[in-house]
Design a protein around this ligand. Structure first.
Ligand code: GCB
Length: 592
């Protein structure tokens, strides 16, 4: 699915702004496709939850409605006309005036609705989008809706971030020609100083294809014809971590010599490979430094915000981070575009978080009933997970910054049923993208002794909390556990190993001369202990701290105003650990 972009043959209208808003419980018998009878308005893009002061809206279970008028540009006669939602979390039903025109399930991937037959160039329509944030045993991520003693529905889920919902990314109206470029896939490589761009174009309708590759100065470096082929680039400039370089691939669809559609795609030439216990980018060992992140800010929740995006990348660069993981869902496409342009490496994660009932058993990791069962992660969850993978890889396959797919966070890979659940998904991911390594983030109680699926994957990604959830305040014992744990994985797998989560909740301003949990010094010492251990293992390929910044969670006794494991506060102020991290990652302590 191509990201809508204005080209000589395509036009784009942005529908962001302030939309009429209502929740189902308030609208009574009103047929809600008519003009919404609600005093509320909501910002798009933004999660709706924190916009209002009303608790009934914040924790609403069920449908909410967004509505606005849309005018179709008058020059669009004869074009195909689409609506594009960059995301609707977690499900959406779309109506034009009173007519249902499309729906989508899955909260973090885009979808298009073809409205050509319903609209006219120059005409206007009422657009209503019903959005549901509900999570069940049929969704990714999973969750459960219960009716409590008060008769009120409540949503529970087994992941540690607030279940923000709504239209958190942009909405667009766009036109494309009837005969058009439908999809493009590029795979890049190089041999000596010659780069290659292997391209495959899919068309709707009949046309011939012409392609042209230009460098950053706009000079044409290669040309070709045909819907598939390989373009060679003499004296190629590679896309490298910390040194992005992008070519531009322009694809044209022609009929009788006329250009009837045109689309351009930025292309970074680079390779990714796992060899032995190394993670190679362009044939050179790469060591990940950085963070697990969240899309999370005050008031907008998971709403995409370009100012925060720019600032977050600045702060990552300031710490010396070269990478991040899109924990625990695909991020807005703009974020990947930005990473492509700035040479930041991305581990692209699905929304499959919480496939683990062991977390409800506390540190014992004992699930109340099997995770991989019809009551929880059964056939419907599996189908949703597979569909989500198709949509994620379809959206992100051409981003040079994306070097690995993380197909789940902390699944119950130690439980029976895990292998049957994951084997087909791994097969599917490899069919969809044979070029990128696969991983999943390992939960603490999935150990090198009991994990059942690691052999299916390329990289061991560990989430570990010795010194926090285990041995809190005792870093000496924690160090021994961590050392033994990593040594066990080295011995069992021989694969590259990285830490995708390690961190300690930290209250800014809390200090102590002793090893006191929650203090700024403890966070610094905790990280230093982990780094000491990582540096002992040659097969270690990376460290991504949990978390870049503090973030919102559900109400709970062990979360004081959210998860405080950020190196930065929620408003992006550094805690003390940010400075020692900067010393390590920028090589200021003598370490490369
Ligand atoms: C984890 C999860 C992450 C949590 C983190 C924590 O293992 O992957 O989503 O936020 O631990 O802080 O407990």
């Amino acid at each position: 699915m191509l990201k809508p972009t204005p080209t000589p043959t395509r036009e784009l209208v942005n529908l962001d702004g302030v939309w009429r808003f209502g929740i189902d419980a308030r609208l009574g018998d009103q047929p809600w496709t008519t003009r919404l009878d609600s005093p509320l308005e909501a910002a798009v893009p933004a999660s709706y939850n924190d916009l209002f002061t009303d608790p009934e809206i914040r924790d609403h279970v069920g449908w909410v409605y967004y509505q606005r008028e849309v005018r179709v540009p008058r020059g669009w006669g004869g074009e195909r006309i689409y609506l594009r939602f960059d995301a609707a979390t977690h499900a959406a039903r779309v109506y034009l005036d009173d007519v249902f025109v499309g729906e989508h399930i899955g909260g973090y991937t885009p979808f298009d609705v073809d409205i050509t037959e319903q609209v006219e160039a120059g005409g206007a329509f009422r657009l209503t989008v019903a959005v549901s944030g509900d999570l069940t045993n049929e969704t990714i991520p999973p969750g459960k809706i219960e009716v409590g003693m008060t008769g009120k529905k409540t949503q529970t889920y087994f992941h540690d971030f607030y279940n923000y919902a709504g239209l958190a990314r942009s909405v667009w109206l766009y036109s494309v020609p009837a005969t058009r470029i439908d999809d493009v896939t590029v795979v890049t490589g190089f041999e000596g100083s010659t780069g290659s761009v292997d391209y495959r174009v899919e068309l709707v309708g009949d046309a011939t294809v012409r392609v042209r590759l230009t460098d950053a100065s706009g000079a044409v470096v290669a040309e070709g014809t045909g819907a598939a082929g390989v373009l060679d680039i003499a004296d190629v400039v590679l896309w490298k971590p910390g040194a992005a370089y992008l070519y531009d691939l322009t694809i044209e669809a022609l009929q009788g010599g006329d250009v009837i559609d045109s689309y351009s795609l930025p292309v970074g030439v680079r390779t990714v490979e796992v060899r032995g216990h190394d993670f190679l980018i362009n044939g050179e060992p790469f060591y990940f430094t950085g963070f697990g992140k969240h899309e999370d800010t005050a008031v907008r929740g998971k709403g995409h915000d370009n100012a925060y995006m720019v600032h977050d990348f600045q702060l990552m660069e300031w710490t010396g981070a070269n990478s991040f993981r899109t924990s625990h869902y695909p991020y807005a496409e703009d974020v990947l575009d930005f990473a492509d342009r700035h040479g930041i490496v991305v581990i692209d994660e699905t929304a499959a978080v919480g496939l683990n009932l062991g977390v409800t058993g506390g540190l014992s990791g004992k699930p109340p009933f099997p995770t991989f069962s019809e009551e929880y992660a059964g056939a419907a969850t599996h189908a949703a997970h597979a569909q989500h993978l198709r949509e994620l890889i379809g959206r992100d396959k051409n981003h040079p910054s994306v070097v690995m797919w993380c197909i789940a966070n902390e699944p119950a890979s130690n439980e029976d049923g895990a292998r049957e659940y994951f084997e087909p998904l791994v097969k599917l991911a490899r069919e969809l993208d044979p070029t990128r390594p696969l991983t999943y983030a390992l939960v603490m109680f999935a150990t090198f002794q009991n994990d059942q699926i690691i052999d299916l994957f390329d990289v061991v990604s560990m989430n570990r909390y010795y010194g926090w959830y285990i041995n809190a305040g005792d870093l000496a014992t924690a160090e021994l556990y961590l050392q033994g744990d990593i040594a066990g994985w080295v011995e069992r797998t021989g694969k590259p190993i990285m830490m995708t989560e390690y961190g300690a909740d930290t209250m800014p301003g809390l200090h102590s001369v002793w090893d006191q949990v929650w203090t700024e010094e403890y966070q610094t010492d905790f990280l230093a202990m982990y780094h000491r251990v990582f540096d002992r293992f040659p097969s270690f390929v990376g460290e991504q701290i949990w978390n870049f910044s503090d973030f919102a969670t559900t109400n709970g006794l062990h979360r004081v105003g959210g998860n405080k494991k950020g190196i930065f506060t929620r408003d992006r102020k550094p805690k003390s650990a940010a400075f020692s991290l900067r010393n390590r990652w920028r090589g200021l302590d003598g370490r490369k």
